[in-house]
Design a binder for this molecule. Structure first.
Ligand code: IPD
Length: 266
């Protein structure tokens, strides 16, 4: 597959930041045994990675706006209203604990619509990319397709758990119980971006989570859609970016999953 100029910019930025992340992840193993643990170190690593990505992206496209998990919102001056949306480490808790399941996510929005997305696991070196109307790919080679499974009893479903003290906890437990009684397997992997990329790749049949941020969602939503899947809000057909609640699957399973979650009451 020949890479577009915009994906090339995104991949270069992610790979440049990845060098630091790979090094820091190696260091986490040493910090793990200290009483304080690697928390502050990882926060610094997160900030460093975002700085590199931001500099690379804005060097290539100086007029574009920028929204980053660590540095917030920077308004651009681009007449076509392009904006980068970046999460330097999605799956921070995994990173802190030395679990090699985290990712860097970069999305490009044009006039409020996501047109390109990248999700990169710097440890496994899996690079998921998508462009609107041009499909989704793994490592620039394999075209991604969502799983075709139609029977929810055979489905492997992924979810996100609300954080400690979150008011959505009781509702989540009801949803988990309802889902668990119907599916072949449930997973909680800890990186919303990779969870969506795995749905796009047909590894997970479906995914739901509430309370996410735009940088957790933007790249992965495009990826699932470009892989032939569907992504919506959980309780309505609205844009998941509006509330941060997301449901993703193929055309058949998304209907069944939505009904199941709707009927699950705390
Ligand atoms: C988190 C991960 C996790 C999800 C959380 C997110 P972060 O992102 O995506 O899977 O359950 O809600 O906050 O904080 O590691 O960038």
């Amino acid at each position: 597959m020949s890479l577009s100029p915009i994906l090339t910019v995104m991949i270069n930025a992610a790979r440049k930041a990845a060098r630091g992340l790979q090094r820091d992840f190696g260091e986490v193993e040493n910090l793990q045994v200290s009483v304080k643990g690697p928390g502050d170190f990882v926060t610094a690593s997160d900030r460093k990675a975002e700085k590199i990505i931001r500099e690379e992206l804005l060097k290539a496209r100086p007029l574009f706006g920028f929204l980053g998990e660590e540095t917030g919102d920077l308004e651009g001056t681009d007449p076509a209203k392009h904006r980068w949306i970046v999460d330097p480490i999605d799956g921070t808790t995994n990173f802190i604990h030395g679990v090699p399941f985290f990712s860097t996510a970069i999305a490009l929005e044009r006039q409020g619509e996501v047109v390109a997305g990248l999700i990169y696991n710097p440890i496994s070196d899996e690079l998921f990319t998508a462009e609107r109307g041009r499909g989704a790919f793994l490592n620039d080679r394999r075209r991604l397709r969502v799983a075709a499974r139609r029977d929810i009893h055979d489905a492997l479903i992924c979810c996100g758990l609300p954080h400690r003290g979150n008011e959505g906890n009781a509702q989540f437990r009801a949803e988990l119980t309802a889902m668990q009684g119907r599916v072949a397997g449930l997973r909680r992997s800890g990186s919303a971006c990779l969870d969506l990329a795995y749905v796009a790749a047909g590894r997970y049949d479906g995914y739901w989570e509430r309370g996410l941020k735009p940088w957790d969602l933007a790249a992965g939503m495009l990826m699932v859609r470009e892989a032939g899947g569907f992504v919506t809000d959980i309780d309505s057909q609205a844009d998941p970016m509006a509330r941060g609640d997301v449901l993703a699957a193929n055309a058949d399973l998304i209907v069944e999953m939505r009904k199941l979650l709707k009927d699950a009451k705390a």
